[in-house]
Every structure is written in C-alpha cells, then in structure tokens.
Design a protein around this ligand. Structure first.
Ligand SMILES: NC(=O)c1ccc[n+]([C@@H]2O[C@H](COP(=O)([O-])OP(=O)(O)OC[C@H]3O[C@@H](n4cnc5c(N)ncnc54)[C@H](OP(=O)(O)O)[C@@H]3O)[C@@H](O)[C@H]2O)c1
Length: 313
C-alpha cells in the first residue's frame, strides 16, 4: 500500500527526462522519507536475522580490516552474536572487546584469543581450547596476513619469505582445516562460511612483491579448489580481494618506517578498512543459497595493481 502510494506520487511528478522534483511539504515529502527509511530498516533486519545466533571467528582482528570487520559484524547483528577475535597481540584484542561492548552492548559476546596462525601447533590447539559454548563456529574470516619488504630475488630474506608463506598461506589453510570438521558435521553435507581475504596482488603480480603476490595467488587457488570440493554442501567459500587500503599493512612492509608507509598513499585516497569490512559482512549476510564467490574492491583512483591516479602533492 505504502509503496503503491510512493510509485503514484513519483510518476505524477516526473515527466520523461525531467529532474525529480520534491513535492511541497508536509505530506508527500514525509511519505518519501518514511518509505525509504522503512526499506532500509527491512534490509538491515534481514541481514541481522541471518547473522543472529552465529559464532564468527576473525583472524588478525587486532588491526586494520580484521578489527573493522569485528565492529561491522557487531553493529550489524547487535542482539545475538558471538565473536572470537584472534591475533598475536592479546592486549589489543582485549581492548577491542571492551570497545565493542561499549558500542553495541551485551548482545554481542566477544572472546579474545591469542593465536599465531603461522604456528601449526597453536592452530591445532585452537578449536579444542575454546570453551564448549564457543565451538559451534559458523563463519571463519581468514584475514590475518602480512607483507615484508620490497626485495627482489635473489636478495629476499629467507625470514621474510617464511613469515609471508607461513602466515598468508599455511596459516590460512591450517585454520580452514581446523574449522571445516565443525562445518561438515552439519546437515546437508555441511554448512558454514569461509571468507578468505586475498588481494589484487593475487591476480596481478608486481615488481618488489613477488613473495607476497605468490602467497595471495596461492590463497586464490586454494579458495577456488575448496569451493569446487564443497559444491555438494551448504558450505560457502568466498574471497574478498582488496586493492589499496590504508592500515598498518605498509608500516609492517617497511619494518615500522611510517614515512615510507605514508609515501605509498601520497596523492591517493585509499580505501578504509571499514570499506572492506562492509563487503565481508555483506557476503556473510546473504541468503544461504547465495555465494558471493569472488569480489575485487578498489578505491576510485585505482584500476589495477599499479594503475593508480595520483594527484600532485
Ligand atoms: N592494506 C591493504 O592494502 C591490503 C590490500 C589487499 C589485501 N590485504 C590483506 O588484508 C589482510 C589484513 O591486512 P590489513 O591491511 O588489515 O593489515 P594490518 O592492519 O597490518 O592487519 C594485519 C592483521 O594480521 C595479524 N597478523 C599478522 N601476522 C599474524 C600471525 N602470524 N598470526 C595471527 N595474526 C597475524 C595482525 O595482528 P597481530 O600483529 O596482533 O598478530 C593484524 O591484526 C591481510 O591478509 C592482507 O594481506 C591488505
């Protein structure tokens, strides 16, 4: 009834090609804002309903995209959610848990867990170490990852090669293997979401990024294989590939040198971690039969890994 009224009003006011004119206040204008507000509320509540009651694991939740994703899940389904936040910096996770509680209240329960995904023993102990009521995991966001340096072969430090592969690839695979038995035990061959954070670097290699690019290409292959292997189940395997996002990522790449990290973003308006978090929660919040298999997200000045429009600074 309401939407019918809205359609009638719109068609009366707009001649073909003419700009939309807002009718005189009060009646039609308030009807417009009421109806659009109602539509937004309906969309939000559908997603909140789908996420409600779920237990979500986020790796690398102490910073950047992982941290924003924790907040975005909490804001989207504030009434009934369990968030297991993992990273190596437990103190930062504990502060984050307090901030989430302050922001959305007690409907979201947060469990901070110290976990180095590059250590297979820690990953093996992760699920058995969870309190019983936290083990029924529904969503795994494999986000922990890093890049180290810009060295080119044959001068790439072995330590950096190992850190990147053990975190970005082996860590992600081990976490997936730790959680999959929980997903596979559900009806219809299994249910649950695996959301892997890849990168444009996994699609387009670049000079000075050979190891990082190789790790993200590996994530892409693993993700695509897994989706095929699980096709007869209700387990959704999804990948979100960010372009340029301003986080601690570049600071880590340059071993703590903030000025070098800042230079990466000179003349650009990079994505924020919140932009990626919104996409992660969007893919997790779709109807069970919908898989947003693959998403590439750029800021507006970026069109490829090195296709970047920079304003003069
Ligand atoms: N920023 C970008 O431009 C960009 C672009 C494309 C893809 N990505 C990807 O996005 C993901 C998140 O990166 P970000 O940009 O948010 O960077 P960030 O701010 O540096 O966050 C990285 C997170 O990963 C965690 N981490 C690193 N090594 C870990 C380990 N061994 N075990 C557990 N946690 C570990 C860090 O926590 P602790 O240090 O506390 O362990 C931190 O929470 C990464 O996979 C990255 O490759 C980023």
């Amino acid at each position: 009834m309401l939407s019918l009224a809205r359609i009638r009003i719109s068609s009366r006011l707009t001649a073909p090609g003419a700009p939309l004119r807002i009718p005189p206040f009060p009646f039609p204008r308030s009807l417009f804002s009421f109806s659009t507000g109602l539509a937004r509320t309906r969309t939000m509540s559908a997603v909140a309903k789908r996420l409600s009651g779920k237990t979500i694991v986020i790796t690398g939740a102490s910073s950047g995209i992982g941290r924003s994703t924790a907040f975005e899940f909490a804001r989207t389904a504030p009434d009934n959610l369990r968030l297991i936040l993992t990273a190596r910096r437990l103190d930062v996770l504990e502060e984050l848990a307090v901030k989430i509680r302050e922001a959305v209240g007690d409907g979201v329960k947060v469990l901070p867990v110290r976990l180095d995904v590059s250590n297979p023993e820690e990953v093996r102990a992760f699920v058995p170490g969870l309190p019983e009521e936290w083990r029924d995991i529904n969503v795994l966001v494999n986000n922990a990852g890093l890049v180290k340096g810009v060295a080119q072969a044959p001068n790439i430090a072995e330590e950096d090669i190992n850190a990147m592969f053990q975190t970005n690839v082996t860590g992600l695979i081990n976490m997936t293997q730790a959680v999959l038995p929980i997903f596979k035990a559900r009806p219809e061959g299994g249910g649950g979401d695996i959301i892997n954070i890849g990168s444009i670097a996994g699609r387009e290699p670049y000079v000075g990024g050979s190891i990082y690019c190789a790790t993200k290409a590996a994530v892409r292959s693993f993700t695509d294989s897994l989706r095929r292997e699980l096709v007869a189940t209700r387990i959704r395997v999804m990948e979100v590939d960010p372009g340029q996002v301003e986080t601690e990522f570049s600071v880590v790449r340059f071993y703590g040198d903030k000025s070098k990290a800042d230079a990466v973003y000179a003349g650009c308006e990079p994505l924020t971690p919140d932009d990626i978090a919104e996409v992660v929660v969007f893919v997790a919040g779709r109807r069970e039969n919908v898989i947003i298999a693959d998403t590439l997200v750029f800021p507006s000045h970026q069109a490829g890994v090195s296709v970047m429009h920079r304003k003069p600074t």
